[in-house]
Design a protein around this ligand. Structure first.
Ligand code: HDD
Length: 716
């Protein structure tokens, strides 16, 4: 159906008009039929096609009488509305998707026979859905949570779903614990809160009793779980997979998505405020970026290794709570992912898309990671519940874009059924498709033997060494954030024994971290370290690639400057700043006392994007204060203007200001502590240098003086 129905006078010529029972129908560009109402729009019809005369009033006896069952239009409309919801995903309910393509850098036939990696420069259509894990569908975007990063590649030999996260390790080693993990993480069952938060007893109770989760605990308490934008996150396939070539040779592979615009996260206090100011912050950001043609891009990079490497590596490559540091096994870029189109309809595409780890084309296979093996059951099963029947692959978003033939038939909403007489094979009349031993999917013929047991391997038993490695790989600011996050979360746990159990684990990871958290929680004495199955290794070298700050973009591209303006703003300065920002391929939004706008120094009316209350500084990566001597007094009376500046300072953002804004800095309590991140705006000339400075993104060195004050004495 055309999005905007063509008006009859513009499209209908005598050639594309047909008459059926004296009705004039018009054929649209796609061959579809239109029947036009008096005002030129398509006629509204029931789902059965009956034209509707009145959609404002239900059918009744007289104007004040009861409704009538005769009203098939009313009944159909309400019936359909009543059934609009499908069950939300049991995890990853809140998500946002986009279309794009994957471009292969080089042919890799020696490593894999996957068709998608056979021709350099080939592009493959892709749909990606990002998500949070714990929150329900309507929860806020900046919850502290792992982000899902699920990619569906419509390859020429079937869909390949790489259903990953923005964190390369997981909480548990065995899929059988997944329901427990998720029950503990989501809202508590008796009270149905808190939503979209791990800061509660049940979560930390389960975690503190599950030492294998300690590496993941370091990651989720880091700023990885409060990303600034979905565009500034890494993605990971997590598990070890296999590439298999045409000779059935297997190479182990770990998948990484690397954002072209670098990594960036927000501060926790900022995240809390963003959730109030704009719960759809990440959605809106992705939507705006794609609609303005700034298509987000990631490189797909792989870590490839053989059995010898696996045997000699410090940890078991089948253990999903471990990484292989990039410094030990470098990542090799093999292609790029570009997101360039938003769905036409959120429900049809983003909500109905069905990702399944078991969707792999020939050339990609599984390892024996017990978490991956369990997932391969769960994802198919869950689609039946959510999408209501076995034919969810008939939905356009899930349909492969390659030839597809089989004898599956019928079921709810079947839209493709086999044609011909024989719906089975072998058959003797030649109907239907046949298998192809040479081109069909062959599982890697791994040798397997052993007793049937319920047993964790010994090689999965070290729960602290990589947690420590992650912690010591962080910059000072990031380590501080981990300590603050743990303190915040555990402060929301009512049961003191759970807090203590967690600090006991932290003692096995890093003593300073443990004592800082204990002291901030108000412990009088430190508990003993948890008995560990294996002692924490002290010899694992820091891995700088694990730090977000180390992987920052070093430029402002793709970021957003918030410019606070008032009447009398220096028009040339504003234009100069706007130009400098555009040259950096960044963006800006204007915040003014009234959204209708302000009158600039040259008399022009400049419309704002936000009024001050609606555009707090937490929505921007840096801010500029372009005020005027005449308007500054009024501005200082606005509490929101003071918060705008104070928050920007507290969140360690760069603040550029026109001299006239000094009183506002004073009001915000920062005029006496101006540091290298609070910069008087240069004249129009120096603005490019100012914008280049913004590429450092944050002045984290400011943070201890703003937030933490002096350290208090350590507990004994
Ligand atoms: Fe899962 C959804 C990622 C472990 C069971 N998972 C889901 C999604 C992502 C992940 C990104 C959302 C897909 C979408 O956007 O529709 N899950 C992971 C990762 C894991 C992981 C990276 C560990 C490495 N998951 C995991 C386990 C199980 C599940 C161990 C069960 C045994 N996951 C599911 C599910 C979901 C799901 C219940 C809910 C909705 C869906 O599948 O389609 O089947």
């Amino acid at each position: 159906m055309a999005k905007r129905p063509p008006k009859p006078e513009s499209t209908a010529s005598s050639d594309d008009t047909i008459n059926i029972h004296d009705q004039k129908l018009h054929r649209g560009a796609g061959g579809e039929l239109h029947q036009f109402a008096e005002d030129g729009h398509d006629i509204l019809t029931t789902s059965q096609g009956a034209p509707i005369a009145d959609d404002q009033n239900s059918l009744r006896v007289g104007s004040r009488g009861p409704l009538l069952v005769d009203d098939f239009h009313f009944r159909e409309k309400i019936f359909h509305f009543d059934h609009e919801r499908i069950p939300e995903r049991v995890v990853h309910a809140r998500g946002y998707g986009a279309h794009g393509f994957f471009e292969t850098y080089e042919a890799l036939p020696d490593i894999t026979c996957a068709d998608v990696f056979q021709r350099a420069g080939e592009t493959t259509p892709v749909f990606v859905r990002f998500s949070t894990v714990a929150g329900n569908k309507g929860s806020a975007d900046l919850a502290r949570d792992v982000r899902g990063f699920a990619v569906k590649m419509y390859t020429k030999e079937g869909n390949w779903d790489l259903v990953g996260n923005n964190i390369p390790v997981f909480f548990i080693q065995d899929a059988i614990k997944f329901p427990d993990l998720i029950h503990a993480a989501k809202q508590e069952p008796d009270r149905a809160f808190p939503q979209a938060q791990t800061a509660h007893d049940n979560f930390w109770d389960f975690i503190s009793l599950t030492p294998e989760s300690m590496n993941m605990v370091m990651w989720i308490m880091s700023d990885r779980t409060i990303p600034r934008s979905l565009r500034f996150m890494e993605g990971f396939g997590v598990h070890t997979f296999r590439f298999v070539n045409a000779e059935d040779k297997s190479t182990f592979v770990k998948f990484h998505w690397k954002p072209k615009l670098g990594l960036q996260s927000v501060a926790w206090n900022e995240a809390v405020k963003i959730n109030g100011a704009d719960p759809d912050f990440h959605r809106r950001d992705l939507w705006n970026a794609i609609l303005s043609g700034n298509f987000p891009e990631w490189e797909l990079a792989v870590q490839l290794f053989d059995q010898d490497f696996a045997d000699s590596f410090d940890f078991d490559v089948l253990d999903p709570t471990k990484i292989i540091p990039e410094e030990i096994l470098p990542v090799r870029p093999i292609g790029r992912l570009v997101l360039d189109r938003m769905p036409d309809n959120f429900f049809a595409e983003t909500e109905q898309v069905a990702f399944m780890t078991q969707n792999v084309p020939p050339g990609i296979d599984f390892s024996n990671d017990p978490l991956l093996q369990g997932r391969n059951f769960s994802y198919l099963d869950t689609q039946l519940k959510r999408l209501g029947g076995p034919n969810f692959t008939h939905l356009p978003i899930n349909t492969p874009k390659c030839p597809m033939h089989n004898f599956q038939q019928d079921g709810h909403m079947a839209m493709r059924n086999p044609v011909g007489r024989a719906n089975y094979q072998p058959n003797s009349n030649g109907d239907g498709p046949r298998e192809s031993p040479s081109r069909g999917y062959r599982h890697f013929p791994a040798e397997e033997q052993g007793q049937k047991v319920r047993l964790r391997p010994e090689s999965f038993a070290d729960h602290y060494s990589q947690a420590r490695q992650f912690f010591i790989s962080q910059t000072g600011a990031e380590q501080r954030h981990i300590a603050m996050a743990l303190t915040f979360e555990l402060s929301k746990v009512g049961n003191v024994a759970i807090r203590e159990r967690m600090v006991s684990h932290l003692l096995n990871i890093d003593e300073t971290l443990a004592t800082t958290v204990a002291q901030k929680l108000g412990f009088q004495t430190l508990p003993k370290p948890t008995d560990a199955a294996m002692p924490t290794r002290q010899d694992l070298a820091p891995s700088p690639s694990l730090s977000i700050i180390e992987r920052g973009p070093k430029r402002f591209e793709g970021r957003m400057l918030g410019i606070l303006i008032t009447d009398g703003v220096d028009a040339k300065l504003l234009t100069g700043l706007a130009d400098a920002i555009s040259k950096e391929k960044a963006d800006f939004e204007l915040i003014a006392p009234k959204v209708g706008g302000i009158i600039a120094s040259d008399g022009t009316l400049i419309k704002a994007h936000h009024m001050i209350d609606g555009g707090p500084s937490v929505l921007f990566d840096a801010v500029a204060l372009l005020t005027s001597a005449t308007a500054i007094d009024d501005l200082m009376n606005e509490a929101a203007a003071r918060d705008f500046v104070a928050d920007a300072f507290q969140h360690c953002k760069y603040i550029g200001y026109d001299q006239s804004a000094l009183p506002l800095l004073q009001k915000a309590g920062i005029a006496d502590v101006l540091d290298k991140g609070v910069l008087p705006l240069p004249g129009e000339e120096g603005l490019s240098a100012f914008v280049a400075e913004l590429g450092k993104l944050r002045v984290w060195g400011r943070e201890p003086s703003v937030k933490l004050g002096k350290a208090s004495p350590q507990p004994k």
